[in-house]
Design a protein around this ligand. Structure first.
Ligand SMILES: [Zn+2]
Length: 464
């Protein structure tokens, strides 16, 4: 058993900021005490956090590692993706296992366990994507929940691929409501979008910017409203993934004001990038093709406001990287063939600290809440993860609020040949990253090992 002491730091949780030392045994936090007053006894490891913050490790509730999409596969697998996450201070992820149409849910879940097992640097859990909701899969949902996979995602977008119709969504939601599961929605009406895409291509509009122009925010607003209505009728909690648009946010605000269990996340790309990036000259815009698309710049302020007012609860990444060479370039002649997704698993905390906390948009406590505590609560990982408390897993960051570094494909660790934030200097980053008490990143060097990360079973949904 390793005993670790973190001393001299300032602990920051979603609600408190205070100076304290912290003891870890057997992977868990065993004591929090006034600075220098700790119980005598030998520690195997002592970390000096003087002048630094001690934060709960980041929880990224939306990643796509080793995921087949658009005739290729996202370029990070569970080894490279979780390693990059650890470097950036994220100590747990919830990735999306996918049911292949016609197959049992269990088969998709088994495939994802196989992809992750023995490879992850940090702890991981799964959501289950349902591509069929029918007499075979609905009864199977309870069995999936019993295995600690307590949320199901459905898509209103991507007809013919991941799309399910309203009847299927409604049935899935009804069952989720009965068994304590959460529904995650990709709430974007894909049917008119596909028509707009065909019409654009027929006019010879093939450049990456048309990915954005064919997916207007009204498609997301309508999907969000419809998802809320269906969830209300079905009696299920619903969580909007990657909310990007002001009009979609309005729907969430209205539902929450009525007291419905409606939740939403946004992602750093919608806070820090915009349609202008998608419109970069030549084929460079392909780097910024993700779904929903990057929106006009002025919408960034609406999303920041949503984070401040708690109408948006979480910032996750939707990490789904594809290399420019050999992947994004599949769409050189047609934006519709550009694989949708961007890298982000490593850069979320850097961007939110620098552009959120330091820029005066959110407090340190709110930073912890949206990157760790809220996703832990919503996804059933709390109180084991997502806060600093006696008994919680020692997933911790010693965080240097003044550390400067430049985001670049060369300095980051994700397996992708570009960075959407190339050359951007950010201030703030972890000097130590602990996963269940074990130091896995120390002053920029990875000191953990492949397979340190374990599958985590999540509890059923328990918020209102
Ligand atoms: Zn996604």
């Amino acid at each position: 058993m390793t005993r670790t002491l973190i001393q001299g730091g300032t602990i920051v949780t979603a609600v408190d900021t205070y100076a304290a030392d912290l003891a870890i045994e057997d992977g868990r936090i065993t004591a929090i005490f006034a600075p220098g007053s700790g119980p005598p006894g030998a520690y195997d490891v002592t970390l000096d956090a003087a002048g630094k913050f001690v934060l709960p490790g980041g929880i990224d509730g939306h990643t796509h590692l080793d995921m087949p999409f658009g005739g290729t596969t996202s370029s990070d697998d569970f080894e490279t993706g979780t390693l990059a996450a650890a470097y950036g201070g994220t100590t747990s992820i919830v990735d999306f296992a996918i049911q292949t149409k016609g197959d049992p849910l269990q088969k998709g879940l088994d495939v994802w366990h196989h992809k992750a097992e023995g490879k992850a640097a940090i702890d991981y859990a799964f959501h289950m994507i349902m591509t069929d909701v029918n007499d075979h899969t609905v009864p199977e949902m309870q069995r999936v929940v019993d295995q600690g996979v307590t949320s199901f995602k459905m898509f209103m977008a991507y007809p013919g691929v991941l799309f399910v119709d309203d009847g299927q969504i409604f049935r899935g939601m009804q069952r989720a409501g009965e068994i304590g599961a959460l529904i995650c929605m990709h709430a974007e009406n894909g049917i008119p979008i596909d028509i707009l895409v065909q019409q654009a291509l027929a006019k010879g509009h093939t450049a990456p910017i048309y990915h954005g122009l064919t997916r207007p925010q009204i498609a997301e607003a309508e999907g969000t409203f419809r998802a809320i209505c269906l969830a209300e009728m079905a009696g299920a909690p619903v969580y909007m993934v990657h909310l990007s648009a002001e009009r979609a946010l309005k729907q969430v605000v209205e539902a929450r004001d009525r007291g419905l269990p409606v939740f939403a996340e946004t992602c750093p790309q919608y806070l820090f990038l915009s349609q202008d990036d998608l419109g970069r000259p030549g084929f460079e815009g392909a780097k910024y093709v993700c779904t929903p698309p990057l929106r006009p710049k002025e919408m960034q302020e609406d999303l920041w406001r949503g984070l401040r007012t708690h109408d948006l609860q979480v910032v996750s990444t939707d990490h789904c990287p594809f290399c420019m060479k050999g992947q994004k370039d599949l769409g050189r002649d047609s934006f519709a063939k550009i694989p949708n997704g961007m890298p982000g698993i490593e850069t979320r905390l850097y961007l939110l600290w620098d552009g959120g906390v330091r820029a005066g948009r959110i407090s340190m406590n709110r930073f912890v809440e949206i990157t760790s505590t809220a996703p832990a609560k919503i996804f059933g990982l709390y109180p084991r993860k997502g806060t600093i408390a006696v008994g919680a897993d020692a997933d911790l960051l010693v965080w240097d609020g003044e550390k400067r570094h430049v985001l670049s494909e060369k300095t980051l660790h994700m397996r992708v040949d570009y960075s959407p934030y190339e050359g951007r200097e950010v201030v703030g980053g972890p000097t130590h990253v602990l996963s269940r008490g074990k130091v896995v990143v120390e002053n920029g060097a990875y000191v953990g090992k492949k397979g340190d990360g374990r599958f985590v079973k999540r509890s059923t949904f328990a918020l209102t």
